[in-house]
Design a protein around this ligand. Structure first.
Ligand SMILES: [Zn+2]
Length: 307
């Protein structure tokens, strides 16, 4: 999929870590590491990870936070429905979730009467989905299989683009899966955000979000928007998730402290569920959109329409 010609990727050096440089690439117009790992190198890295992991942690983590995840997915599906109402596409809407993992988003979509298909390279995750009666293809999305999967009203790409050697090529591929005026929804980490830069300003905390080779690309709302515009999409909405890094600035140093990190996540969930349960769900959405306009927030989340 990727040419990986290093000579094409030049730009300002941001930092170096684990033998990789992070550059602000003039050609790609987002930050990424150099050298860009090849797909063969990545396959080896992920295979080694697989053998070091006894059991997927996501199952326990999801069960613990099920109410919050349901709220999070339902609100995403509601936003997509609102945007689809402005197109000629009609319900029941269809979606494909690329990198669908254990299928929680698919499951929630089915629950809300969507027709949902997943594509997931992890055999373990795909098999788990099958036990839950979810439709999942166990594969990467490739030039070879893209035409066999059908056409959809929505393509969902959550926490995928930061891990792959050529994000632009993947978005071009996903366009082929979309009906005319269909939507793409992309979620990636919002990296090098002002809160992260403030938290690392005194140099006693390292740039924890820089994690090659797993994490190759470092987007923010603006560079993700540019990438979508370059690949033939019209951006409809930009939002974010709660800026968890705020806790670091308030003195909760959770980097390398999983227990404290969990407590901070728990507080965010309590806050958001308290608003939702009190009928302030729309206010919470506005709050996140306003934060996104300041480039503050842990994730960059964009919904865009194929043009
Ligand atoms: Zn580049």
């Amino acid at each position: 999929m990727s040419l990986n010609k290093e000579s094409q990727h030049t730009g300002k050096l941001i930092l170096s870590k684990n033998g990789f440089d992070v550059i602000e690439c003039d050609q790609c117009q987002f930050k990424h590491v150099l050298p860009i790992p090849t797909e063969q190198e990545l396959a080896q890295v992920y295979q080694e990870d697989y053998y070091q992991t006894d059991k997927p942690l996501y199952l326990d983590s999801f069960k613990e936070n099920k109410e919050w995840w349901n709220y999070y997915y339902d609100s995403r599906l509601q936003q997509l429905t609102t945007h689809l109402k402005g197109t000629p596409l009609e319900p029941p809407y269809s979606l494909i979730d690329i990198g669908s993992g254990p299928g929680y988003f698919l499951s929630r979509a089915n629950h809300l009467n969507w027709k949902a298909l997943g594509i997931e390279p992890s055999k373990q995750a795909a098999e788990y989905c099958q036990t839950q009666n979810l439709s999942v293809v166990n594969d990467f999305l490739t030039r070879e299989n893209v035409s066999t999967l059908g056409k959809f009203d929505v393509v969902n790409l959550c926490k995928v683009l930061e891990h792959i050697p050529d994000p632009q090529a993947l978005i071009n591929l996903t366009r082929q899966l979309l009906n005319p005026q269909g939507l793409i929804c992309i979620e990636v980490p919002n990296d090098f955000s002002p809160f992260q830069l403030a938290a690392t300003h005194d140099k006693t905390t390292e740039s924890w979000w820089v994690a090659p080779p797993h994490h190759i690309n470092y987007f923010n709302l603006s560079s993700l928007e540019t990438l979508l515009q370059k690949t033939g999409f019209e951006v409809l909405s930009k939002t974010t998730s709660f800026p968890i890094d705020l806790f670091l600035l308030m003195g909760d140093h959770y980097i390398g402290n999983d227990e404290l990190g969990k407590q901070c996540h728990q507080k965010v969930k309590s806050f958001e569920l308290a608003l939702a349960n009190a009928g302030f769900g729309d206010l919470a959405n506005d709050f996140h959109q306003k934060l996104a306009s300041l480039n503050i927030g842990r994730e960059a989340i964009i919904i865009a329409k194929k043009i």
